[in-house]
Design a protein around this ligand. Structure first.
Ligand code: ADP
Length: 621
């Protein structure tokens, strides 16, 4: 993260923006935080005020009735404050927990709304995990905003209260008449006290800045250490990695990597800051409060000696002034933290402000009753952002409405990329994709997406009820979901599920969740595509884990259930697709052949024939 020195205006501006965003997703949080802090700030001064009154009475007239009165009010006010503090603390804790989750909405909304190309970039994911780690490990970013703003309110209220209780310290005159004593009655004396305060303020501020610089200088090491800890310590928990780790005894690598992270080691850079410059400055900053408290003690005691006030007031002034010093230091500390946090917030906004660059048209896809949607690729070329190689080059293709099209080719030949462009997850750099003769960029994106059902290779189901998975919604047509599952070949399995469509898949959130096999999951994914009932249905190798014969069976069965839809099948296994009306053969991002199975086999030196012969062993047996 780039560190730059920000003006206080910039610091406040970015925090104000965060304040507004947090208020949007977590309404009611700030009033609770501020009320709790105000209450906590005022409480000690109530105690200081009443104890001073009691002491005054004890050291002066000693009237029993008056003493009882003060004791009564002390007990009542303390009781009320303790109760209120308790209530607000509970309320605050609950709101803080709530905030912890609700702020995630800002990020999830962003993930959903950003261009797919940005969502797919590693640097976007790195940025998000960096923000997450800064929040979780070090409490920076959004996480710190309510707490810091609350601390500012507390410190300010505390300083004002302390000021209220100490103002008479400067007003009450000494009664002794000597020349030295009269100095205390000079109104300019208040300026001397303020001057000492300002001096100490600058010393503490500079010390805090030195401490902060120490941490900023090691920020990259700190981040690296976090990344290392996060990825290395998580290896044993991730199903797919954990198997390899156990199989090859890789836990030693984890230990070694963690040991090599010398940032947090007892002799590492972190320890050097605590034991060195950082520690010394922190100690000095703390001792400045003691210096000021000592100064106020001296001043108050001398005025009391000069007859300005009694012992009760001495305790009031000393206690209030001590609190004031603590809170001035607190204000400085919070301001410096806000300054650091401004960098983290900027990083957060770097993510939240990623612009949507894809053109979003407004045309609606006409709701054709004949569902005759014609799609055409016209000389389309595409390369993934940040890469040199073309993943698709000069692709021309027309989908025949209601027919079965197969896209075949070796791994890496561009089949999935072709589908991603068709679904407008990316826009091609060259050429055009047309829907009924109009560039797909001109259509409203949501509307355009509604004409496609795709079962991707790495389809994902979520740990929610089966029916909700099929419908992609919590409320759905039960009968339609059931028949989609039956069409997809899941009917028999559904009968064995006692909760039917309400059966929760997987155990992520529910103990009674049901684990489904890869093949069953794939049927549910196909049912989901059928439920959507879109005019185009695309299967992008969702059967990769199955053997060629099982895949061929699924594809030909799917052929029956796809009905009048335009269906596109993608596979690197030719046997699965030979029944299709048309087969397009991809090679290195280009369509090198197109025709029926029989036509393509006849082409003597064609890629299709070469692949067919190479794969024949699987299905001639
Ligand atoms: P297929 O589906 O035929 O196996 P793909 O369409 O997935 O092939 O990949 C085509 C080419 O694009 C490959 O060279 C692959 O490495 C590259 N590619 C795929 N996805 C990405 C991506 N997200 N970023 C960069 N290159 C990619």
């Amino acid at each position: 993260m780039e560190q730059e020195h920000k003006s206080w205006k910039e610091v406040l501006k970015v925090h104000y923006r965060a304040y507004r965003d947090i208020r949007k997703v977590c309404p009611g949080l700030f009033p609770v935080v501020f009320l709790k802090e105000i209450l906590e700030a005022v409480s000690p001064y109530v105690t200081i005020f009443f104890s001073a009154r009691i002491l005054e009475e004890l050291a002066g007239y000693r009237r029993a009735e008056q003493l009882w009165k003060w004791v009564f009010w002390t007990v009542i006010s303390e009781g009320i404050l303790v109760l209120l503090n308790l209530v607000f603390r509970q309320w605050y804790e609950r709101k803080q927990q709530d905030f912890h989750f609700r702020k995630e909405k800002l990020f999830t909304d962003k993930w959903f709304s950003m261009d797919f190309a940005d969502m797919d970039k590693q640097e976007t994911h790195d940025l998000r995990s960096q923000i997450k780690m800064n929040e979780q490990y070090w409490n920076w970013g959004f996480q710190s905003v309510p707490e810091r703003l609350g601390e500012i309110v507390r410190a300010l209220v505390s300083i004002i209260s302390a000021f209220g209780l100490t103002i008479t310290l400067f007003i009450l005159p000494v009664t002794k008449n000597g020349k030295g004593w009269r100095v205390f009655n000079n109104p300019l004396l208040i300026l001397v006290v303020l001057g000492v305060m300002m001096l100490l303020y600058f010393v503490v501020k500079n010390l805090q800045e030195i401490i902060n610089n120490c941490w900023e200088n090691v920020n990259d090491d700190l981040n690296m250490s976090n990344v290392l800890a996060e990825s290395m310590t998580g290896i044993g928990q991730k199903g797919d990695q954990a198997v390899d780790v156990r199989m090859y005894n890789q836990q030693d690598i984890v230990d070694l990597c963690l040991k090599q992270d010398d940032f947090c080691a007892p002799t590492g850079k972190m320890a050097a800051i605590y034991h060195g410059k950082g520690g010394i400055c922190a100690g000095l900053a703390e001792s400045m409060s003691a210096v000021f408290t000592g100064f106020i003690y001296g001043f108050t005691c001398l005025k009391a000696l000069g007859g300005a006030f009694g012992v009760g007031m001495v305790t009031q002034y000393v206690a209030a002034a001590t609190k004031m010093t603590v809170n001035v230091s607190e204000l400085i500390r919070v301001y410096i933290e806000l300054k650091t946090n401004a960098d983290f917030l900027e990083e957060t906004y770097k993510f939240l402000d990623i612009p949507n660059q894809m053109y979003q048209g407004s045309l609606t896809t006409e709701k054709r009753s004949d569902r005759k949607y014609q799609v055409e690729f016209k000389d389309v070329s595409f390369r993934y952002p940040g890469t040199e190689n073309w993943s698709l080059r000069h692709v021309n293709m027309k989908f025949k409405v209601g027919k079965r099209l197969a896209i075949v080719g070796e791994n890496g030949s561009g089949k999935t990329t072709f589908i991603k462009l068709l679904c407008r997850l990316y826009d091609p750099q060259e050429g055009q994709i047309l829907l009924n003769g109009i560039d797909i960029r001109k259509y409203n994106y949501r509307d355009y997406m509604n004409i496609f059902s795709v079962v991707f290779q790495d389809f994902q189901l979520i740990s929610q009820p089966l029916g909700a998975n099929v419908a992609g919604n919590q409320t759905y047509d039960q009968q339609k979901a059931k028949s989609a599952l039956e069409d997809a070949g899941f009917g028999e399995r559904l009968k064995t599920m006692k909760n039917g469509l309400e059966t929760i898949l997987y155990k992520d959130f529910a103990e009674n969740g049901v684990m489904v096999s890869g093949g069953e999951a794939q049927k549910i994914a196909i049912a989901r595509a059928l439920y959507k009932d879109a005019p185009f249905i695309i299967l992008d190798e969702p059967t990769a884990a199955l053997d060629p014969i099982a895949e061929a069976e699924i594809y030909s069965k799917f052929n029956d259930i796809a009905g009048d839809k335009t269906a596109v099948y993608i596979s690197h296994r030719l046997s699965s697709c030979k029944f299709c009306d048309e087969i397009a053969v991809f090679q290195e991002g280009q369509v090198v052949q197109q025709g029926t199975h029989e036509e393509l086999l006849e082409e003597e030196n064609g890629k299709y024939r070469e692949l067919w012969n190479a794969q024949a062993q699987y299905y001639t047996a």
